[in-house]
Design a binder for this molecule. Structure first.
Ligand SMILES: NC(=O)c1ccc[n+]([C@@H]2O[C@H](COP(=O)([O-])OP(=O)(O)OC[C@H]3O[C@@H](n4cnc5c(N)ncnc54)[C@H](OP(=O)(O)O)[C@@H]3O)[C@@H](O)[C@H]2O)c1
Length: 407
């Protein structure tokens, strides 16, 4: 329980005491009062108040479900200090303040009703005003800086897609960047761009990380640098029915997506621990949260990255090292072409820049992040269904996205 205590202390320190009290209130509503109200109270005696209007019977039960959902959203929003909490939290509380004015006047009546209404609605109204004024607390507080972690960021897979955007975003924050991938010409062009645009240093390391010696080679090339952040992002997919896939290519994918991650973290973590600061970012995927037929080995590698990274997060949490597993859904990069996938609506893909923005906002605050709200819904809705159902639905969807010769 020691680590839970530290985690809780860190969470509580993120917001003022009055907001922690609101979060606690939301937790009591979600886990105790609302379930009791919904499932234990008989319909005949149930009452629910919205804007001072008292609902009874079945409408009260329906209102209770809505209350439950509102408090659950509020609890999550306070816990993660989500931007969307402003302004709806203050508007919701203002609605409660209004109800607390109307209800005693109309139901208690007389001078007592007026006093009760004015006093309680003034107190709750003050909370609504405080929430309205707390807008800045609900903004993204990114911790990713060279001052916190160290001067250099090593970015693998920096020649394209998400890795390229990581390099740009980190350089914009003042990190000097080590750019790693196989395509040398691209890496040099990007290094030139970062130096010219952001005035940082850049180093190019041309390396095949699927090769058994690749991770060691990269670690030796950066041994003279203060590496503050490792972005272990290089990865490939490979679409197709398992029996039609080439074993050598599958093993190469496992070497890149799994082994290289472990080897790089193992080699670069030591100096971070000595300094007591550093960050490790691993690009996983929402494909790592559930079985993905026709991408069976790929999704397994992404599941490996998720469990590896989240476990490291807990191990290193109190040692000054932040770990984050980034889990994007479909992103507009070269990934799909390399994997040999044929998706129906690639125009709906998230941009690599948006994936990176969400990642840098989440780093230091949580062990993993699903980027984009639609991906978050997709990634979590499966939890409520049997694993067999999830796998079979995914098989139908993914079969359609696989070229005919690979089905
Ligand atoms: N795009 C998506 O829809 C999506 C969704 C979820 C997760 N992801 C994950 O995001 C990460 C980045 O993918 P991306 O979308 O940015 O794809 P991308 O545009 O294809 O970029 C992949 C990067 O990895 C590098 N790379 C590939 N094989 C390598 C090897 N053997 N050694 C060293 N570098 C290698 C590539 O550079 P070179 O070819 O120059 O070596 C490139 O820089 C991957 O881990 C992927 O699984 C992508």
């Amino acid at each position: 329980m020691r680590r839970i205590g530290w985690w809780f202390r860190d969470r509580v320190a993120e917001r003022p005491a009055w907001m922690n009290a609101l979060m606690l209130f939301a937790a009591v509503e979600v886990f105790a009062y609302s379930p009791w109200d919904l499932f234990c109270k008989s319909v005949d005696v149930d009452q629910d108040v919205w804007l001072g209007l008292v609902l009874t019977g079945l409408p009260a039960k329906a209102g209770g479900i809505l209350h439950w959902a509102v408090y659950a959203l509020g609890l999550y929003g306070f816990l993660r200090m989500r931007r969307w909490m402003w302004p709806w939290a203050s508007i919701y509380v203002a609605q409660v303040a209004f109800a607390m004015l109307v209800w005693p006047i109309s139901h208690v009546g007389g001078a007592r009703g007026w006093i009760l209404g004015v006093v309680s609605s003034a107190a709750i109204g003050a909370v609504a005003v405080a929430l309205w004024r707390a807008r800045n607390l609900f903004s993204v507080r990114s911790l990713a800086s060279p001052q916190r972690y160290g001067k250099w960021a090593v970015v693998t897979g920096a020649s394209a897609g998400i890795g390229l955007e990581f390099a740009r975003a980190l350089a914009a924050r003042g990190f000097s960047c080590v750019l790693c991938a196989r395509r040398e010409d691209r890496l040099h062009a990007i290094a030139k761009e970062l130096v010219a645009t952001y005035g940082v240093d850049a180093r190019v390391v041309v390396v095949d990380l699927a090769h058994p010696d690749g991770p060691d080679f990269l670690a030796n090339e950066v041994a003279d640098l203060e590496v503050g952040m490792l972005v272990s992002n290089a990865g490939v997919g490979y679409a197709g029915a398992f029996e039609k896939q080439n074993l050598a290519r599958l093993c190469e994918m496992v070497a890149l997506n799994c082994t290289a991650n472990v080897a790089l973290v193992s080699r670069l973590l030591g100096p971070m621990l000595e300094r007591g600061s550093g960050a490790i970012v691993i690009t996983g995927s929402v494909a790592g949260r559930q079985p993905v037929p026709y991408h069976a080995v790929y999704s397994a590698t992404k599941g490996f990255e998720l469990l590896f990274g989240e476990a490291l997060w807990a191990e290193l949490h109190d040692k000054g090292i932040d770990v984050l597993v980034v889990q994007p859904g479909p992103v507009a990069t070269e990934f799909e072409a390399v994997a040999g996938e044929a998706r129906a609506h690639p125009s709906a893909d998230e941009s690599a820049a948006s994936v990176v923005a969400s990642s840098l906002a989440a780093l230091g605050h949580q062990p993993s992040v699903v980027t984009g709200w639609l991906n978050w819904m997709r990634a979590n809705v499966g939890r409520f269904f049997p694993r067999s159902t999830v796998a079979l639905i995914a098989a139908d969807v993914m079969e359609n996205q696989t070229p005919r010769n690979m089905r």
